[in-house]
Ligand binder design. Structure first.
Ligand code: ATP
Ligand code: MG
Length: 578
């Protein structure tokens, strides 16, 4: 390719719309342009990168034995009703109507479609294991599309779905995808690591996310350098001890706390109740019913855990008015030892308490009366807990539950997600098969997603410097940029440039020749901004000595004989290995 024919509209200024480095560079290097929030056009260079990432994805999926299919982007809402997700995923579903006013769902993912295929086509255990994948546009009505391709309204996802006759088979299919994902992200040249994950609206019981470490990521990952434990904070647990039990003594008693509505205020004189001896009482509305959540005063509730433990489809903090109607007090004076036991007994509310409070006594909590608290509350004696569960958010420095070493937390971008689904979808959509013993069973499923366009941007977020993108060779739009310092036709410089260009092209190497009649500094700046991994510069001075300059992006410049240039470039590419 010649630069003058390649359509690479680089920008000197950073567009105001971009907040994070990778988004700025996608725009500045001329890879994408915004149409509207969360909607982007891929320009020619962007498409080249996209295709390279997709090729790696396809090669590894094929190698793992998955079969490529292509499913419709428009899906009938009936299958979403059948799976139950027409409601549970309602907030992300884009819906359109056709000329007869019939509604269609624009695919945010495709469990329902592929399970419908399996229901019709997979009838015997002999047809399994089988794994279908596709690479296609997905549509999600995100609350906050942002950061360019990171969280878009439409994006390219590789989604795969495995069907097995047994649980063990499903586990083996899961493991294959897990390994394939590791290889895919390694080959993309991006640092990545798998973490244990919550299963969210997709459901199922076992899952990992693949994370790319980055300060701009939207996920917090808890990890242990001692034993390798790593989990999304939405799922992470630690070995932090439970609340120490003390001698409970007599019944709880009410005491006056005028104007005290925070844990912190109660921890100060004259009350001096440490946060770890307080119970924090929160009221949520889960699927339109009030629930109470109890965590220790020094702990934070994790809402994802709350959703997972309660199985709620939608949950939100109750408003002060809703709370007053229920408990007769305002936030800051709430507790579960008074009024609540009767509400629990009559089935009007459920109380979810964090495991860390189990067995705790001599605790202080609100009295459900503004300006009053209760002390000497013994949680098991005085509070009717519906369910004990893990609800708290892990903090850095807590001991690892597995090895005791201090846990750390870092930000990361989720680029892939693997789930063991079990029979959730196959049961709902009747994907059953004839088992070896003659019985009919629902197939055991797994599903596996990679955000292809998000991965492309995550690579940039990690691989860049002050001058621009530093593409790994495997996904660079062009591997080599040949930069003749002057472009006079038929000059010696141009002849050598053309000859190296022809030889590299003949070797199947992706090469672009910067044939623009511009100053060398201008051309180098552009090449660094776009981030071509290898640059071959040809100038009159060094050519007089029979030499050309080769430079690895971000590395040292070396001089080689012009006749050896092609071999040297091939050597650098081979050394990169992916
Ligand atoms: P997130 O938690 O970031 O919203 P998700 O858990 O909803 O993602 P999945 O349903 O697991 O995402 O989708 C599989 C992959 O698709 C994700 O790992 C991510 O890489 C990508 N992805 C999801 N939503 C978007 C989006 N709005 N824009 C770009 N990529 C996305
Ligand atoms: Mg996910």
């Amino acid at each position: 390719m010649r630069w003058t024919k390649a359509f690479i509209p680089t920008l000197k200024e950073t567009p105001a719309e971009a907040e994070i480095t990778s988004h700025k560079l996608l725009l500045r290097a001329g890879l994408i342009r915004k149409l509207a929030g969360g909607l982007y056009t891929f320009l020619p260079l962007g498409v080249r990168v996209l295709h390279k990432v997709e090729r790696i994805v396809r090669e590894e999926m094929d190698r793992a034995g998955a079969l490529e299919v292509l499913m419709p982007a428009l899906q009938p809402p009936e299958i979403w009703q059948q799976s139950g997700r027409y409601e549970t995923a309602a907030d992300v579903l884009f819906k359109v109507r056709d000329r007869s006013k019939k509604e269609w769902v624009m695919s945010p993912t495709a469990e329902e479609v592929i399970t419908t295929v399996a229901a019709a086509e997979i009838n015997s255990y002999r047809q399994m294991p089988v794994n279908f994948y596709q690479v296609s546009m997905k549509f999600r009505d995100e609350i906050r599309p942002r950061f360019g391709l990171m969280r878009a309204k439409e994006f390219i996802m590789k989604d795969a779905y495995s069907f097995d006759a047994t649980d063990e088979g499903a586990m083996a299919s899961y493991k294959k995808m897990y390994d394939a994902y590791k290889r895919i992200f390694d080959r993309c040249g991006v640092q990545n690591f798998p973490v244990e994950a919550d299963t969210g609206v997709i459901g199922g019981n076992y899952s990992h996310e693949f994370m790319v470490p980055a300060d701009t990521g939207e996920n917090d990952v808890v990890y242990c350098e001692g034993c390798g434990y790593a989990a999304n904070i939405e799922k992470a647990t630690s070995g932090i001890p439970k609340t120490a039990a003390r001698d409970a003594g007599g019944a709880f008693e009410k005491f006056e706390t005028p104007g005290v509505v925070t844990i912190e205020a109660l921890s100060k004189a004259p009350y001096s109740v440490p946060a770890n001896r307080q119970i924090k009482t929160l009221v949520y509305i889960a699927d339109s019913k009030p629930i109470l959540i109890l965590v220790r005063g020094d702990d934070q509730l994790n809402e994802t855990k709350l959703m997972a433990r309660t199985g709620a489809v939608a949950a939100r903090p109750a408003t002060p008015d809703e709370i007053f109607a229920l408990l007769g007090a305002r936030p800051g004076s709430l507790g579960a030892a008074t009024k609540v036991p009767a509400l629990v007994a009559s089935g009007d509310v459920k109380v979810y308490a964090d495991d860390r409070l189990q067995g705790a006594n001599e605790m202080t909590t609100g009295a459900n009366e503004d300006g009053y608290h209760l002390r000497n509350v013994s949680i098991e004696r005085d509070i009717k807990v519906t369910q004990w569960c893990d609800l708290r958010t892990v903090s850095a420095g807590e001991p690892c539950a597995k090895c005791g070493k201090s846990l750390k937390i870092r930000r990361a971008i989720e680029v892939g997600h693997v789930f063991k689904l079990g029979t959730k979808y196959s049961e709902k959509l009747n994907a059953t098969f004839l088992a070896e013993d003659g019985s009919r069973k629902p197939s055991v499923m797994g599903c596996y997603g990679i955000g292809v366009t998000r991965t492309m941007q995550a690579i940039i977020e990690q691989c860049n410097d002050k001058d621009g993108i530093v593409w790994p060779i495997s996904v660079a739009p062009y591997t080599v940029c040949i930069t003749p310092l002057a472009v006079a036709p038929d000059s010696a410089v141009m002849q050598v440039a053309e000859s190296i260009y022809a030889d590299l092209t003949a070797k199947g190497i992706d090469v672009i020749l910067d044939d623009r009649d511009e100053r060398p500094g201008f051309k180098f700046k552009d090449a660094d901004l776009v981030g071509f991994p290898i640059r071959v510069a040809i100038g009159e001075k060094s050519l007089a000595k029979g030499e050309v300059e080769i430079k690895r992006r971000g590395g040292e410049m070396i001089l080689v004989k012009s006749d050896d240039a092609v071999a040297k470039v091939a050597e650098l590419i081979a050394a990169a290995g992916n």
